[in-house]
Design a protein around this ligand. Structure first.
Ligand code: HT7
Ligand code: ZN
Length: 876
């Protein structure tokens, strides 16, 4: 594959201010007529050909200003249309007719059919699979789209913008015309046509415009879209209140489809969703599903300003829209739910997905400098770390200047394709602060490590913090510069209250933020009457790892007293991780893990503290996962020892608190009808944590079976099923529960994904045979991304002992699957393959098996550019 580099960016010679498309939809033979009004840029010679992108296209017609071209006037391949015979005038019209087959399109990019519904996916480079075009984000065009289709097959015809015209045609066909007045890049184009049901509502913007809202779903599933509609209206309101952003069309449509490569897509005025992020009711969706729907609906809606009105100059700037929009959806969810609980969930996600990326062979900067396949850069680094970078800008500037900077960014760049430099400059200009060093967060890959030591001088009443930052080499970046790291902090007195220092010298301190800029710096606080316990990185104010020399007692104190819940959770996590790692060493030395009673008591104390949010207590009661422990160990990982250590800790906690947990479990029982609100969800989360502990303490499935049978909602049912399958997998209770679940939900593949997932993640080497057997289930298909992710994806990413079995058989199976999926859907195959990115951290035997599986993939002929890029970088 070709290497694309940021420094090679050049604007195009031609612009396409207007695009008119006509689709004559047929399942196997769709004709697309594109009429492009083209403008030559000033200074560009008429002898400069117009070179348009294509992908797998068949050209069936071409004219320029209405005239056919001579044989030497153009050259067409499936990948490119070069038109050399062009008029001398700077404005002309190109008409292109292409023929495409939506039915055989299994890549799910371009125009494809999903369960009989025509739909498009154009980001990043799918539009070129529909027609030849300048398919890049800095070419903005006003689109008019006419869709013609069979009225029986596709009564609903949708595209971007506002509806203009509709009517019947001969032969049982009909048409609709859509016009989007906002110039947009081709990746935001969308079309949907099919037999869909819908729910409707409206939203009146604060300037008084009524917007018609609709969510389209498979016929009969309309009631399951009500929560998504509610989330959409709350998102529209919130963006007006918090960012001052109003919606800008007469209609806003959302469509749910069942075959989709990612979560959703923000096409202007016509968001297309994976049905997983639309459909929910108590019977079929868990609290996690509800939270996911709320976040993704908000995320795509927020793109209307951050992504669509202001788009990216090129794909290197992807984080300009994605990082910023993730930050916006995080803030939205924080305002709708418990802010602290939301923040802890974000930190967990960042550490689970982004930190390993930054520490492995696929590490890249938030703004990459080069790529071979852009689809492989929709990563946790671009999205989640990109969001953390925006959050740090807010921490550094404070909320008021941050808002001023955002307003300036919107004012300056509305209607443009912008860069990260434009974004950062808006904050510099709004605040007068120099952010040039800060901007290194966009350039340098890797997670900085902060080493911290403390010194209290009782005679001088001073407390000194010494900070040192370091950043390891990452692919293509061996030497790194020191970063500007904002560290929120508190100094806690023995009464649990924060001490206000009289003064601070050394590194800059603004309010409760230390600004570390040098490689090594000290801060000296005066007027500190007693030795404080420092809480650093409150709110997880920077995406770094923290190595601090705090003693055990201080961590326990923080876990119980920090006024910042994120700080409490961080202290507890540090204690638990330390204990778990010590346990791994003991297991590998052939000894049973010795569990520290202080830690067991601490967990019990937090569980019993009813002044704390139930959701927060649930987070504290869930020990770091197997992959979290592995990440903290860093190398020579034996996943079986990790599991054994974790199980020993759970058992010790479960046995010590059996009675208290049983009483609390009963007390938290359901009352009244199901509601997905944050408080009820928190109560269920805590109760389901307790169910697991109780089942371990009792070594008996009856609590879980009773809960499974009595559950009136999917959260409780799925949690009970998880305990039964993971803890008592060979019992009749587990078999019966799996059977009952299948009987009840066997008609609904999306719900059955939970059934596949729970089995794919059952620990132990035997999981591989179960996964193999489940692939023959009538509902399973490698063609459907949700099914494939539920079974193969979860097996590879969430079953550490099953996937990393010592004989390497699961890696072999996985390699076979990747190669098979790659023939149909390279984007999906490449994404799944990243499950092997941390292979070098394994112990030598597993490492060699994993390497061999990767090498076999790499040696295969006819790999897609997607998989080739990932496998080559992974092998390094
Ligand atoms: N902007 C979108 C990213 C995306 C995508 C979505 C669906 C299928 C393929 C895709 N490639 C890239 C989704 C988002 O971040 O909002
Ligand atoms: Zn996005």
């Amino acid at each position: 594959g070709q290497l694309f580099r940021l420094e090679d960016y050049r604007p195009t010679d031609y612009l396409i201010p207007q695009t008119s498309l006509t689709f004559d939809l047929h399942p196997e033979r769709t004709i697309v007529r594109a009429v492009l009004s083209v403008e030559r840029r000033e200074g560009v010679s008429a002898s400069q050909p117009l070179v348009l992108d294509g992908d797998d296209l068949k050209l069936v017609g071409l004219t320029v200003n209405g005239a056919l071209l001579g044989d030497n006037g153009y050259r067409a391949t499936p990948e490119r249309l070069e038109i050399a015979e062009l008029p001398a005038e700077d404005r002309f019209t190109v008409e292109i007719v292409t023929e495409i087959n939506p039915t055989t399109n299994r890549q799910l990019m371009g125009l494809y059919r999903s369960s009989g519904v025509y739909c498009t996916q154009c980001e990043a480079e799918g539009f070129r699979r529909i027609t030849y075009f300048l398919d890049r984000p800095d070419v903005l065009s006003v689109y008019t789209v006419r869709i013609e289709a069979s009225k029986a097959e596709a009564p609903v015809l949708l595209s971007n913008g506002n509806p203009m015209e509709a009517g019947d045609l001969a032969g049982g066909r009909h048409f609709a015309v859509w016009h989007d007045p906002h110039p947009k890049p081709s990746y935001l184009f969308a079309l949907v046509a099919g037999d869909l049901g819908s729910i409707r509502d409206s939203f009146t913007t604060r300037s008084g415009t009524k917007v018609d809202l609709a969510i389209y779903v498979e016929d009969g599933k309309e009631p399951r879209a009500l929560y998504a509609m509610d989330a959409l209206k709350r998102s529209m309101q919130w963006d007006e209140e918090v960012f001052g952003r109003e919606y800008d069309l007469d209609v806003f449509n959302v469509v749910a489809v069942s075959d989709f490569n990612m979560g959703a897509m923000e096409n202007k005025g016509l968001n297309v969703f994976n049905d997983k992020y639309v459909l929910a009711d108590a019977e079929t969706a868990t609290d996690t599903d509800y939270a996911g729907i709320e976040a993704v609906i908000a995320h795509e809606y927020f793109h209307n300003w951050t992504g669509n009105r202001i788009t990216c100059r090129d794909w290197f700037q992807l984080c300009l829209k994605e990082g910023l929009t993730v930050f916006r959806d995080h803030e939205f969810s924080a305002d709708q739910r418990s802010r602290a609980v939301k923040r802890i969930a974000e930190v967990k996600t960042l550490k689970a997905h982004q930190f390993p990326e930054d520490a492995g062979p696929l590490a890249h900067p938030v703004r990459p400098r080069q790529y071979r396949e852009i689809n492989n850069f929709y990563t946790a680094t671009v999205y989640e770390k990109g969001s953390e970078v925006v959050r740090m800008i807010r921490t550094i500037l404070g909320p008021d200047l941050f808002r001023k900077g955002m307003d300036l960014y919107f004012e300056r760049h509305d209607g443009e394709a912008a860069t990260i430099e434009d974004f950062v400059k808006a904050f510099e200009d709004a605040s007068g602060r120099d952010l040039s060093q800060f901007a290194l967060w966009y350039e340098q890959a890797g997670t900085p490590n902060l080493s911290v030591s403390y010194d209290y001088d009782p005679a001088e009443k001073t407390f000194t913090i010494e900070l040192e930052q370091s950043l390891k080499a990452t692919p293509g970046q061996s030497r790194k510069k020191p970063m500007h790291i904002p560290i929120e902090f508190g100094l806690i007195g023995s009464d649990g209250k924060d001490i206000t220092p009289a003064s601070a010298t050394g590194a800059e301190v603004t309010g409760d933020v230390i600004h570390l800029r040098q490689r090594k710096e000290k801060v000296r606080f005066t007027g500190i009457g007693e030795r404080p316990v420092p809480s650093l990185l409150r709110g997880f104010s920077a995406p770094v790892t923290l190595a601090s020399e705090l003693p055990h007692e201080d961590l326990i104190f923080l876990a119980l007293n920090d006024s910042d819940p994120v700080g409490r959770w961080q202290a507890l996590t540090k204690l638990l991780t330390g204990a778990l790692i010590a346990g791994v060493k003991q297991v590998r030395g052939g000894k049973p893990p010795v569990i520290d009673a202080d830690i067991v008591n601490l967990v019990g104390e937090i569980a019993a503290n009813e002044t704390l949010d139930a959701a927060f207590r649930a987070l504290c009661l869930t020990p770091p996962g197997e992959s979290d422990i592995a990440r903290e160990i860093g190398d020579n990982i034996d996943p079986d020892a990790v599991l054994a250590s974790r199980e020993a800790l759970i058992k010790a906690i479960a046995e010590a608190h059996r009675q208290a947990f049983a009483a609390l479990y009963d007390k938290l029982a359901n009352t009244g009808t199901f509601s997905p609100d944050a408080e009820s969800a928190g109560r269920r989360a805590l109760r389901n944590c307790l169910l697991d502990y109780l089942s371990v303490a009792e070594a008996d499935p009856s609590h879980a079976t009773a809960q499974f049978r009595a559950a009136d909602n999917m959260t409780d049912r799925a949690a009970a099923l998880g305990v039964l399958v993971h803890r008592f997998g060979d019992s009749d209770s587990a078999r019966e529960a799996l059977g009952a679940f299948e009987e009840r939900f066997g008609g609904d593949p999306l719900v059955m994904d939970k059934w596949f997932m729970v089995q794919a993640t059952r620990p132990g080497a035997a999981a591989l045979d179960r996964v193999r057997a489940l692939m023959s289930h009538r509902l399973f298909s490698l063609d459907n991304p949700n099914r494939t992710r539920a079974l193969i994806g979860l097996f590879a990413t969430a079953n550490q002992t099953g996937f990393n079995r010592a004989d390497g058989a699961a890696y072999d199976f996985f390699a076979d699957m990747i190669l098979k999926i790659d023939r149909e859907n390279p984007q999906l195959a490449a994404r799944l393959l990243t499950a092997l990115r941390s292979w070098r951290s394994l112990e030598p035997v597993r490492r060699e098996h994993a390497r061999a599986a990767l090498a076999r993939i790499a040696a295969t002929e006819k790999l897609s550019t997607d998989v080739k890029d990932i496998v080559e970088r992974t092998l390094g």
